[in-house]
Design a protein around this ligand. Structure first.
Ligand SMILES: Cc1cc2nc3c(=O)[nH]c(=O)nc-3n(C[C@H](O)[C@H](O)[C@H](O)COP(=O)(O)OP(=O)(O)OC[C@H]3O[C@@H](n4cnc5c(N)ncnc54)[C@H](O)[C@@H]3O)c2cc1C
Length: 379
């Protein structure tokens, strides 16, 4: 493609902050920067025509921790670190709701349930063992008592099969992922942030105290400060950022008349998750059963994972129900050796906020706030 004089001129115009990645983290960083310093010239760049990582592909769970996952964490992390993680997710969700408003993101306080399969006594026992201390922690954090409770009496009303016990987290909920991202993008654009899609960043280097950013379209950009918000793809640009991609596959059923399943649900330590979207079921997960194949940047769906999801749907979630599968897709998670995100200054004027794991909806807006604080402090 031959670029015009005008296109090259506009790209070469120095901006104060260039952010790569138009996911929840990149957009939240831009929003926070503009709110704190309206005169900043900010440019957001993404290689997808639409955001192409997790932010528009996710399941829309507004969740901060199911007990079996937390029980695992308590065994591998110091107790205060586990509490810090839960607080970050909880605060992040409050922040997202405050910034965008519940109507705009279609927030539903539907509750988050964890299913324990009949016979999975070990996981249940470990989860029940931490229930009192999690309730104590949540009471201190937000003043609500008995956040986690036994909800096994609801198993039949949901119509589940092979499920022995149910635990409810009454403060969890769901959002409409597409509406959340739309609301965030509109807010950022209203504040005058330049968003360029379909341009892949291929290199970032410092020249005469200015960051020079090379792109796949041969456009060269210049910026005083740069934020990497490319999550799973971060080490493609900066190898020292140890982020490993994890493909996460999802399916959505056709509408099911009189669907009994309402809310957000986790199963098998969070490796499977499902919720209702109106009268459809959205189901995702299964990556843990095909770990090697699912450690990939590819976003093609696979027969193996999709069949695993369909089997679970038919046997456990909506047995003896007629439906078809209307939608299937995959997104990419940014994973690493622990559950904490990487949020730091890499070099003077170069920042990263990546490795959001499976909780970017919960923590993304707060990470944007942290990154914006770092950028402003180091101007
Ligand atoms: C299927 C699925 C279900 C999920 N469910 C939930 C959930 O229910 N609740 C929850 O809290 N979290 C969930 N997550 C996780 C959550 O979606 C992510 O943690 C979050 O979206 C990460 O946001 P981000 O802004 O850091 O990165 P992303 O949204 O991944 O954005 C990164 C962007 O960087 C762009 N990019 C990459 N490389 C380059 C480059 N070189 N140049 C330019 N642009 C580049 C990509 O195109 C992408 O748009 C889920 C994720 C998936 C995939």
């Amino acid at each position: 493609m031959n670029l015009s004089f005008w296109e090259k001129e506009m790209a070469a115009e120095v901006c104060d902050v260039l952010i790569t990645g138009v996911g929840i983290v990149g957009l939240s960083t831009a929003l926070e920067l503009k709110l704190a310093a309206p005169s900043l010239k900010i440019r957001l760049i993404d290689r997808g025509i639409l955001p192409s990582g997790g932010s528009t592909k996710n399941a829309g769970f507004a969740c901060f921790g199911s007990l079996s996952e937390l029980a695992d964490d308590f065994e591998t992390m110091p107790e205060n670190e586990v509490f810090r993680l839960v607080k970050k997710r909880f605060d992040g969700l409050q922040n997202l709701r405050k910034i965008l408003g519940d109507d705009a993101i279609e927030y539903s306080a539907c509750g988050g349930y964890e299913l324990f399969r009949t016979g999975n006594d070990n996981s249940l026992k470990r989860s029940l063992a931490i229930l009192p201390k999690m309730n104590e922690f949540m009471l201190e954090l937000c003043g609500v008592s008995a956040v986690y409770s036994d909800a096994s009496h609801q198993i039949d009303s949901f119509g589940f099969n092979e499920v022995g016990q149910l635990i409810l987290n009454k403060l969890e909920g769901s959002i409409h992922t597409g509406k959340m991202m739309n609301a965030l993008r509109c807010k950022v654009q209203e504040l005058g942030v330049d968003i360029l899609m379909g341009i892949g960043i291929t290199g970032i280097g410092l020249q005469n105290e200015m960051w020079e950013i090379a792109s796949s379209q041969n456009l060269k950009f210049r910026a005083k400060q740069v934020v990497i918000a490319t999550n799973a793809f971060a080490s493609q640009l900066i190898p020292e950022l140890k982020v490993v991609p994890g493909r996460a596959q999802v399916l959505v059923t056709s509408p099911i008349p009189d669907l009994k399943v309402k809310g957000t649900f986790h199963l098998d330590e969070g490796y499977f998750y499902f919720r209702n979207v109106g009268n459809r079921i959205l189901l995702g997960g299964g990556r843990h059963l095909f770990r090697q194949a699912e450690t990939t940047y590819e976003q093609e769906i696979t027969r193996e994972v999709q069949e695993t999801l369909e089997d679970l749907l038919q046997r456990v979630i909506i047995p003896e129900t007629n439906y078809s599968i209307d939608h299937r897709w995959a997104g990419t998670l940014g994973l690493g050796e622990n559950r904490f995100p990487i949020v730091k200054q890499l070099e003077p004027g170069l920042f990263a906020g990546v490795k959001m794991g499976g909780m970017g909806v919960a923590i993304g807006s707060l990470i944007g706030k942290e990154l914006s604080g770092m950028v402003l402090q180091n101007r």
